[in-house]
Design a protein around this ligand. Structure first.
Ligand code: AMP
Ligand code: ZN
Length: 115
């Protein structure tokens, strides 16, 4: 996807503070962190959102989740963290390239949902 900002990060066309890259997955720090640890894990493949996942994406998404857990431990979330996937208008998704937020830090996070 030419115009997708996360595809541009995958291709190295815009800078990002990458903390992991392999053949299928990239992880980088969120540009507007909401906690001491806040990074994003994405498949290199352009999948717009979780609502677009198909059976052929199982391996790629499985790798994203395994990398996310490993990086969370390495980045200082030994006591836990929050995993967020925003989807679509209702989920307030801003970037339409599927990504997993890992949010944490030394302190306990606020309650998950506030209405
Ligand atoms: P959402 O789609 O609602 O899950 O949010 C997208 C997230 O991507 C936000 O937390 C942004 O701060 C983050 N973000 C947007 N552009 C960049 C970028 N160039 N580098 C790192 N993080 C970004
Ligand atoms: Zn993309």
């Amino acid at each position: 996807m030419t115009d997708c900002i996360f595809c541009k990060i995958v291709r190295g066309e815009i800078p990002a503070k990458k903390i992991h890259e392999d053949d299928d997955v990239v992880a980088f720090h969120d540009i507007h962190p909401i906690a001491p640890v806040h990074f994003l894990v994405i498949p290199k493949m352009h999948i717009p959102s979780m609502a677009d996942l198909q059976p052929e994406h199982e391996a790629a998404i499985g790798k994203v989740m395994v990398v996310a857990g490993k990086l969370a431990r390495e980045q200082g979330c030994a006591d836990g963290f929050r995993t967020i996937i925003n989807t679509g208008r209702v989920g307030r998704q801003e970037v339409y390239h599927l990504h997993v937020h890992i949010v944490g830090g030394p302190e306990v996070l606020p309650p998950m949902l506030k209405y």
